[in-house]
Design a protein. Structure first.
Length: 181
């Protein structure tokens, strides 16, 4: 009798105790979509280096400048919107130092030429900040050892600090202050 049951199971594919054995191959769900998905990914990689011109313009365009205020010169302590010296200013109660430049000291200057150049840099920074909307971009660090916010000030994607450097009123920041006298 046992032999008959084994032969019956082999012949019919059925067992008395188990479900019928599948007669087709096992299919994994979603496997049919894999070639399509692979094709889309490969096409995206193929065409990615040749973006349309209108997409490149949007990628290269800097964010619009959104900050503006009327800046005065700071005379004592902090202020709402004022310029401390050629690389430091207050905006909306926050103190900022321009991260990409160094300007002559004005509080106190070490010599007469530093005082004169520092005063010119301070006045020029005030004029540049009052000249229209600008942006504050983060640099390598958020704050300096004095707690000032370190930012690169830009207008239309151009560094205002670089403008001061090109006018001879500042020098690029190299990690530490150097004497101006």
């Amino acid at each position: 009798m046992r032999l008959a049951w084994v032969n019956e199971t082999r012949a019919t594919g059925h067992s008395r105790f188990k479900k019928p054995l599948p007669k087709h191959r096992l299919r994994l769900p979603g496997i049919g979509a894999m070639p399509w998905l692979l094709g889309i990914v490969l096409a995206a990689l193929w065409f990615a280096p040749t973006l349309p011109d209108w997409m490149e313009e949007q990628v290269d365009r800097p964010a619009p400048d959104a900050l503006s205020a009327e800046f005065a010169l700071c005379h004592s302590g902090g202020g709402a919107n004022c310029v401390v010296d050629g690389d430091t200013f207050w905006l909306a109660g926050e103190k900022y130092r321009i991260a990409d430049i160094d300007t002559p000291e004005t509080h106190p200057p070490r010599c007469e030429s530093e005082a004169e150049l520092g005063a010119r840099a301070t006045e020029r920074l005030q004029a540049l900040l009052n000249d229209g909307p600008f942006s504050l971009e983060s640099g390598e660090r958020e704050t300096d050892r004095y707690g000032r916010n370190l930012r690169i000030v830009t207008r239309d994607g151009q560094s205002i600090g670089a403008m001061l450097v090109s006018e001879g009123l500042a020098r690029p920041w190299e990690g530490s202050r150097r004497p101006w006298c």
